[in-house]
Design a binder for this molecule. Structure first.
Ligand code: 13P
Length: 252
């Protein structure tokens, strides 16, 4: 069954105390207001992972990381492995975020290895794709997303693929206040589901969760989530404010 998910990507925000306070506040809220079948994932900086897990008791409220290394272990100073992440109790990891692709030069091949390593260690992968503004203007946005998925994700077996969530994040909408219109989001999500169907079949395509990300906030979440192929959101800035984030979750 296709799962409805709202994931908060905290990015490089919140010191340990601030992050714990936010996680605790969200836990209290979702204990009082049950998620009833939806899942909320807090994707925190690495330093929070070991502590946040102990705070989350509300059913459906889980946590994850924003990146992992593609190697198992070893001399990779400053890096964090998938198995370390998993050992904190985290269930998910975001891979392929545009900030990682652009600022840290992560390419399709590296993301393919990271995805494999994350899955090998029992993490669910939230795999991001999306075009930059010039690519949309040049009308090659579908080609770009297709390439990102084919190169980064579609090498997986059907069984492994079913442990992934796709997040469509048009880069021009990330942190800019400009959101994709509900029609633009639906059009791309439906295209992505079609690609999944071609590769893995109708049943898997129907079961795949596809999230929208990019300036999604309380005021526009409902109209984005109303589309049949938008199964939730990957939320940046608005995930750092408890009331705003809860309101987004409630509109799903
Ligand atoms: P904003 O919600 O801040 O635009 O960020 C979206 C994002 O990059 C989530 O991964």
């Amino acid at each position: 069954m296709r799962k409805k998910i709202v994931a908060g990507n905290w990015k490089m925000n919140m010191n340990l105390n601030e992050g714990m306070a936010l996680a605790d506040g969200l836990n209290e809220y979702f204990k009082a207001n049950p998620l009833s079948g939806k899942e909320v994932i807090l994707c925190t900086p690495f330093i929070h992972l070991g502590m946040v897990g102990g705070l989350l008791t509300a059913p459906g409220l889980t946590f994850g990381a924003q990146n992992c290394n593609d190697h198992k272990s070893g001399a990779y100073t400053g890096e964090v492995s998938a198995s370390m992440i998993r050992s904190t109790g985290a269930g998910s990891v975001i891979l392929g975020h545009s900030e990682r692709r652009t600022l840290y030069g992560e390419n399709d091949e590296l993301l393919e290895s990271k995805t494999a390593e994350a899955l090998r260690n029992g993490l669910r992968v939230i795999f991001c794709c999306g075009e930059v503004f010039a690519e949309r203007e040049g009308n090659i946005h579908f080609d770009v997303v297709k390439r990102q998925l084919e190169k980064g994700l579609f090498g997986l077996s059907a069984e492994d693929f079913r442990r992934c969530v796709i997040a469509y994040e048009p880069v021009w909408a990330i942190g800019t206040g400009v959101t994709a219109s509900p029609a633009q989001a639906q059009e791309m999500h439906s295209f992505i589901r079609g690609l999944v169907e071609k590769k893995y079949g109708k049943e898997t395509a129907g079961d795949t969760t596809i999230l929208y990300g990019g300036s999604c906030k309380a005021s526009n979440a409902a109209e984005l989530f109303a589309n049949s192929d938008v199964d939730g959101g990957l939320i940046g800035g608005a995930s750092l404010v408890k009331e705003e984030f809860c309101s987004i979750v409630n509109s799903l």
